[in-house]
Design a protein around this ligand. Structure first.
Ligand SMILES: Cc1ncc(COP(=O)(O)O)c(C=O)c1O
Length: 391
């Protein structure tokens, strides 16, 4: 059987795999078993911030694997302490809990806010329309997309969604029963759509009025992807809880819940936990990632290269009316088309550039943060080439 036949035979058919057999990765490139080279501009879905085989990650993983790969959370582990210290001092937040993944960070946060709300009788939790929180039942309860929810009913009680960027919907739904509002300040899966400052301002004043918690889902937008440590830092607001995952483990599984003082004492011994969460090898790779990303001028380069790409994309939009809108927040880039984006994405893949399709019509580009003008120029050349042959 070929690998493709084996895949189809062995696995539940949950993933539509790309037609590439990857042998290895280096920097921003993937190399396949048939000798081809691909520019990877979605970086393992926003995970590989430092690209492939980055020396800092290799060293951190190698060093830690030789010490211990797992101890269990009965033990204090140095890599967890190092990563926690960095994330707390950079965010100015108070407490952290490490999970294995994004959805598990969301799930834990749902438990955390529910327990916090019990003290004051608050129980309603909101997510946003078109948002993405993950695949567990709690995460699905925050979402409204039928594509992900259909067939999994019933969802958790006391959940709802608010129309993203619709201030009157927000105002009409939120009250003193509201315990928390979860949102991506820049929606990823939803098509790279940012919150409006108007919406954020309403959120802030309602929080003041009713005292609920704001949870910033930074799983896709966090750890430098937008040119700042967190996506919400582009808006004038400080949330109460931050969830992170994807790049935080340097390519290994890791997530985290980062909480402010307000909820610092809600969890006590035994009320939440996980076997693998905070794996020491993942944390060591996370420390290498954070230290690289937060060392000047790394994020300055991200912002400058993103500005360069933005100006090129604006020109491309003028030239190709098939492009409806261009949305860029650092290295979270959405090109909304007037046609289904898979058509373009598949043709770009054939020409050696990997980008992603989301929200039907959006080309989603999530480059490794080590990518720069050279990689954007390669992408632009192929994109223009593909656009020019559409009719
Ligand atoms: C904003 C956001 N939240 C949550 C998740 C879920 O994370 P994971 O796939 O690690 O469970 C994702 C994954 O794409 C995401 O983009």
């Amino acid at each position: 059987m070929t690998p493709k036949e084996k895949e189809s035979d062995f696995f539940f058919h949950t993933y539509k795999r790309l037609p590439l057999e990857v042998e290895r990765g280096e920097g921003c490139y993937l190399y396949t078993t048939d000798g081809k080279k691909y520019l990877d501009m979605f970086s393992g879905l926003a995970v590989n911030a430092l690209g492939y085989a980055h020396p800092a990650i290799i060293k951190a993983v190698d060093d830690q694997v030789r010490k211990y790969t797992h101890l269990s959370n009965f033990f204090i582990q140095e890599p967890q302490l190092q990563l926690a210290e960095r994330l707390l001092s950079l965010s100015g937040f108070d407490k952290i809990f490490f999970s294995n993944s994004g959805t598990e960070a969301i799930e834990g946060t749902i438990k955390l806010v529910r327990k916090w709300g019990k003290q004051s009788g608050k129980k309603i939790i909101f997510g946003m329309s078109n948002g993405f929180s993950g695949r567990t039942m709690g995460a699905l309860s925050l979402m409204d997309k039928e594509k992900y929810r259909e067939g999994y009913e019933p969802f958790l009680p006391n959940f709802g969604t608010i129309d993203f960027n619709n201030t009157s919907d927000l105002n009409s739904k939120v009250n003193d029963q509201t315990v928390a509002i979860f949102l991506e300040f820049i929606q990823g899966e939803g098509g790279i759509v940012g919150a409006t400052q108007d919406f954020v301002d309403s959120l802030k004043s309602l929080r003041e009025q009713f005292g609920f918690l704001i949870v910033a889902d930074e799983i896709q937008s966090g750890i430098g992807r937008t040119g700042k440590l967190f996506g919400f830092q582009h808006f004038d607001i400080v949330p109460d809880i931050i969830t992170v995952a994807k790049p935080i483990g340097g390519g290994l599984p890791l997530g985290a819940i980062i909480g402010s003082k307000k909820i610092a004492n809600v969890w006590t011994y035994g009320v939440h936990g996980t076997t693998f969460g905070g794996n020491p090898v993942s944390c060591a790779a996370g420390v290498a990632t954070i230290d690289t990303v937060m060392t000047d001028p790394f994020l300055k380069n991200v912002s400058e290269s993103a500005e360069y790409f933005k100006s090129k994309l604006i020109n491309l939009k003028l030239k190709y009316p098939i492009i409806k809108e261009v949305r860029i927040y650092g290295y979270m880039i959405g090109i909304e088309l007037k046609i289904e984006s898979t058509v373009i994405v598949e043709q770009m893949l054939q020409k050696g550039v990997l980008v992603n399709s989301t929200a039907n019509t959006v080309i989603r580009i999530l480059p490794p943060l080590i990518a720069g003008i050279r990689e954007f120029d390669t992408l632009l050349e192929i994109l223009e080439n593909v656009l020019s042959i559409q009719n």
